[in-house]
Design a protein around this ligand. Structure first.
Ligand code: COA
Length: 280
């Protein structure tokens, strides 16, 4: 992929792509923001031209050059470019619309963005958490359906400060073992072992991003994690309604130990909670 100006000839990463955009005086490039797509960290910028909006006919400024030629941006229109580094090089996902009708253009693009997946999902691996992962994990943790399933999730899943404080505590706690679940280089979720003083042994928890559900990711991640943490017994607790999570634990060798009735969930609703246990 190449950009408009000469500098674009050397574009090989998303960072150099954005630097090239910023060097073009006919373009105005907004602050870059992270916007995870399909579990991958991306860099998202909104771009307009610096030329008069009422230019008639519109004046086009090249933004991204693809094999077929340049993709250009007209005056009075805005382009959102979401950059993503893949093993073969950077790609850009483009959303365009008129500046006046921008909210509508974004709303129309949203279902398309959510449907983006990357083929060739490779092997799953567990790895330590790195700072950029937190943007992806935060987005995955905001999903209302996931929170309804988990029942015991964060009080306000949209509160980034609370999320960051929670993760700082986790990462600073030497008794916690935590790994990012990575699928084909993308952050698919997390799995951790922690101690709750209410239990006489450690327990395991996991959270998988919705775009990875139903592909055996949690099952494979838990199995891999059981090779990392050798505590036995090891507990897993989940809302009785969270059939997927119960299955994940069962497939990991956990057996039901007890059901606690009417435990207050995050929302205050009383839910039954199942404790499963893995022995040596
Ligand atoms: C629950 C969760 C971990 C499942 O992850 P996943 O990667 O989709 O699970 P898998 O693909 O490995 O599926 C494991 C089993 O659960 C079943 N399953 C998964 N989601 C299910 C659902 N919503 N309803 C019923 N069964 C479900 C699968 O069919 C599979 O069973 P099978 O092998 O007998 O067919 C994931 O949905 C999630 O993270 N949810 C939000 C957070 C959460 O609930 N975390 C656990 C807190 S205790």
């Amino acid at each position: 992929m190449r950009g408009a100006a000469d500098a674009w000839e050397s574009v090989s990463t998303t960072a150099s792509a954005i630097a090239a955009l910023r060097s073009d005086p006919t373009l105005s490039v907004a602050e870059a923001a992270p916007l995870p797509i399909a579990g991958r960290p991306t860099i998202c910028v909104d771009i307009e031209t610096t030329l008069p909006r009422d230019s008639d006919p519109p004046i086009f400024s090249p933004v991204v050059r693809v094999a077929a030629g340049p993709i250009s941006l007209a005056t009075a229109r805005r382009l959102r470019v979401i950059w993503l580094d893949l093993p073969d090089g950077p790609i850009a996902i483009l959303i365009g619309g008129s500046i006046d009708g921008w909210p509508r253009a974004l709303a129309m693009a949203q279902p398309v963005i959510e449907s983006v997946t990357f083929d060739g999902a490779g092997p799953l691996r567990l790895r330590p958490v790195e700072p950029p992962d937190l943007d992806v994990l935060f987005e995955q943790g905001r999903d209302p359906e996931a929170n309804a399933m988990a029942a015991f999730g964060p009080v306000d899943p949209d509160d980034r400060a609370a999320f960051d404080a929670h993760w700082r505590r986790i990462l600073d706690d030497p008794s916690v073992v935590i790994r990012v679940v990575e699928v084909d280089g993308a952050v698919a979720g997390s799995v951790l072992r922690w101690r709750d003083p209410d239990l006489d042994a450690p327990e395991v928890s996991y959270w998988i991003g919705r775009e990875f559900w139903g592909r055996g990711v949690a099952t494979a991640a838990l199995r891999a994690f059981l090779e990392v943490t050798h505590d036995r017994p090891l507990y897993g607790r989940t809302a009785a309604t969270n059939i997927g999570s119960i299955r994940v634990l069962e497939k990991g060798g956990f057996r039901p130990e007890r059901v606690d009735r009417e435990v207050p969930s995050t929302s205050g609703a009383l839910v039954d909670e199942v404790t499963l246990r893995l022995d040596a």
